[in-house]
Design a protein around this ligand. Structure first.
Ligand SMILES: [Fe+2]
Ligand SMILES: [Fe+2]
Length: 353
């Protein structure tokens, strides 16, 4: 049962509304003013708040600002109830961080549908957090990679955003696509949960048998996500996650794995993730190699234009390299990339399995 915190200074109105909300299946806590409400919110038990705007002391808008100012483990959905429905009021409410408004006197049916909308939004947040937690779990066996997933999804977002401006990609890449790749790219290596430790954690170069085991992470991840996608055909993100897991090690020239797809046989999301993954592997320190400088990584990626990588995506990377650097700095790892004189080129292939 979802809990609702109802903030209302008028006791009679509050009791009436609370009774309605309980009928709708919510568990309701009443707070008589903003101060009391804020103390309740700090308990961490509430995700849905319905607050009167005009109250003595702290107003509903001020309460909203206080909620947005504090760090919380999850999003708090706030609906403000007001008898002034003018534009200036609404603007102030939105600026304060309110999610929705209700006209007073509150009609219970309207409140019910607005709370449902809030619940849908909170459920989406839950989905995103769960996806990232799963990805982190898979990565936790591979302690060397630091904030790899955080950086990689930013790189994917930058590349997708840039490609979306290109007429060739406009039909496929819209804002939704950019969001989806940001959401799902952290799942690319989820199949590594099925790779034995002796292979996954081996500091040196992998022998051919070990390399085969490592390569299997693409198929394992792809199959797992495919099963989930089949069970939930409406969940587009599962289909994209599957494509990414399966194809992020394919190469544009067909010399990648697991299937040796080439060119546009490789889904766009796989081609984007491939570059983002390699760039991050190159620019961060791993057990078997130091981190390369941005310049070195860039020259390696340019060398792979049209062979390892889709030329359009390499061009997007070059156009947006300052954004890549900004992300690298934002998730700075304790050891910055070396200035130059990095390892020799063959080490690169080991860096990006
Ligand atoms: Fe991988
Ligand atoms: Fe990766």
């Amino acid at each position: 049962m979802m809990r609702v915190l109802l903030v209302e200074d008028d006791f009679v109105t509050a009791e009436l509304l609370a009774a309605n909300l309980r009928d709708f299946g919510y568990e309701v806590t009443l707070a008589g003013d903003g101060q009391e409400a804020f103390a309740q919110i700090r308990s961490g038990r509430y995700r849905l708040v319905v607050s009167d705007w005009e109250m003595p002391g702290m107003s509903g808008a001020e309460l909203c600002r206080q909620i947005r100012r504090r760090l919380s483990s999850g999003y708090i959905y706030v609906i403000l109830a007001t008898s002034y429905a003018d534009v200036a009021h609404v603007v102030e409410g939105i600026e304060a961080g309110a999610d929705d408004f209700l006209a007073k006197p509150i009609r219970p049916e309207e409140l019910r549908v607005r709370l449902r909308a809030g619940e849908r939004l909170l459920a989406l947040e839950g989905r995103d957090v769960t996806i990232f937690a799963l990805a982190k779990l898979a990565e936790s066996r591979d302690p060397d990679t630091g904030a790899h997933l955080e950086r990689m999804r930013e790189y994917c977002r930058i590349l997708a955003e840039h490609l979306g401006r290109h007429p060739k990609y406009q039909a496929e890449v819209d804002g939704e696509y950019v969001q989806l790749i940001y959401l799902t790219s952290p799942l690319h290596d989820i199949g590594k949960v099925g790779v034995p430790d002796r292979v996954l954690l081996k500091p040196g170069r992998l022998d051919p048998e070990e390399f085969e085991l490592m390569k299997a992470h693409t198929v394992l991840g792809g199959q797992t996500l495919e099963a989930a996608a089949r069970a939930h055909p409406e969940a587009q993100f599962l289909a994209m996650a599957r494509d990414i897991a399966l194809t992020h090690h394919e190469r544009f020239d067909g010399r990648g794995y697991p299937r040796g797809l080439s060119g546009e046989q490789i889904p766009l999301c796989g081609r984007i993730t491939a570059l983002a993954d390699v760039y991050d592997a190159l620019t961060t320190k791993r057990v078997y190699k130091p981190g390369f400088s941005h310049e070195t990584a860039k020259s390696i990626i340019l060398e792979g234009r049209g062979t390892h990588f889709d030329p359009d995506i390499v061009d997007a990377f070059v156009a947006r390299e300052s954004d890549f650097l900004a992300v690298w700095h934002r998730f700075n790892t304790p050891s910055p990339p070396l200035a130059s004189g990095d390892l020799d080129y063959p080490a690169v292939s080991a860096a990006v399995v």
